[in-house]
Design a protein around this ligand. Sequence first.
Ligand code: NAD
Length: 472
Amino acid sequence: MQIRDKLYIDGAWVPSTGGGTIDVTHSTTEEVMGRIPEGTPADVDKAVAAAKAAFPQWAATSREERGKYLQRITEGLGARMQEIATTIAGEVGMPLNLSMMIQAGLPTMTFGSMAQICDSFPFEEQVGSSLVVREPVGVVGAITPWNYPLHQIAAKVAPALAAGCTVVLKPSEVAPLNAFILAEIIDEIGLPAGVFNLVTGVGPVVGEAIASHPDVDMVSFTGSTRAGRRVSELASQTVKRVALELGGKSPNVILDDADLQQAVTDGIGKCYLNSGQTCSALTRMIVPRSKLAEVEAIAVKAAEAYTPGDPFGGDARLGPLVSATQRERVRGYIQTGIDEGAKLLTGGTEAPEGLDTGYFVRPTVFSDVTTKMTIAQEEIFGPVLAILPYDTEEEAVAIANDSIYGLAGGVWSGDPERAKRVARQLRTGQVEVNGGSFNPLAPFGGFKQSGNGRELGKFGLEEYLEVKSLQL
Ligand code: NAD
């Protein structure tokens, strides 16, 4: 049981001004695994005041100095990777080996890469008679989700610190324990007081207090499109900068000359990663109608190899979902798929055999899905794949783009040039070509209602900078 009874504000662990607490539930045992303070708007006021006071000095530090702090955070995270991986496997349910690589590995890498990017970033450039300088935007409010909790935090905190901004972080109340580990590391390495602050609590209280606070210059939000809209509305009152990383319903276009075995098997994996609780999951597999039967057979075999089970058990490829709410939501979508006439190939609404405890959902595949169906349009956030057939390449692209979202996508073809040509036609922020792997230095973010702005690499750093022109 991890009891955290203090917030981290102005370089010190302090109690919340309120007396409330929030329980954190283990997604496999369904038992309470931790408890955190339920922060208040008054806590946000204190944290923002600390961040505002710390800003001028932090903004004036050299890039070398900021880089050194980032490097020390990287080392601190590296030393506690096992603990981070275990904590998040408990909170979120990702199998432990994957959690080690992704949930603990990725944030460590992001802090490390930001130290290097900060070192070489062109903060100044001459444009004719002007000197264009890039300065930190100010106090940043960071609001993050539960699915890759520490990665999402790192994708905001690392570039914000690198830019010279100060930060107030509100992590997800569903998976917040990992954020305390980061705060402990930041405290231990002696980051100046007020540069980083942690206020836990629920979105409508702490999140909204951050989004509407007059002394927060920028809010960077990752989460659902619904909450993102609310954050934008509140932020507009003080015209703060808003960066949004929202939901997705990403298409995976398999062209008729692709290696079907490879493309479909990889596609199942890209849909089921983290039990489908991945914003960029490739949840719509768009396939040639002439090859539908072959695709279905490969998909079923690949899906059924994703044995659900205890994330700490060793051989499970699919952990539980994060919460009972999420499990019920996903099962509801599976029922809707059946009701609307999609063909259920494998999976379904029942709990997987022998797994009555834990928020498990069967790996599910639907075929004969049409763009009008709910399961083709709404983000499910569970291990549910929709296969949509097409007749021509143009139709495949049209189906892919028939979405309010535009976060990620995939294209498969035996001809890499053809794949790239189709990839350029997808209205999404990232496209994997023939299974091209995730690049933590490439920009990540969405077109359309998947958000505004980009995270990671130098593009992520730019988000936290104001551009000033000195006319000489
Ligand atoms: P969520 O929107 O419920 O919560 C995200 C964060 O926002 C949490 O910290 C929550 O407390 C806070 N929040 C909720 N309501 C708020 C409000 N009214 N004002 C301010 N803050 C509020 O999302 P979630 O369930 O934690 O995460 C899942 C969603 O996040 C999915 O839609 C997923 O696609 C999206 N996501 C997107 C990305 C991306 O990079 N595009 C990455 C991960 C997750």
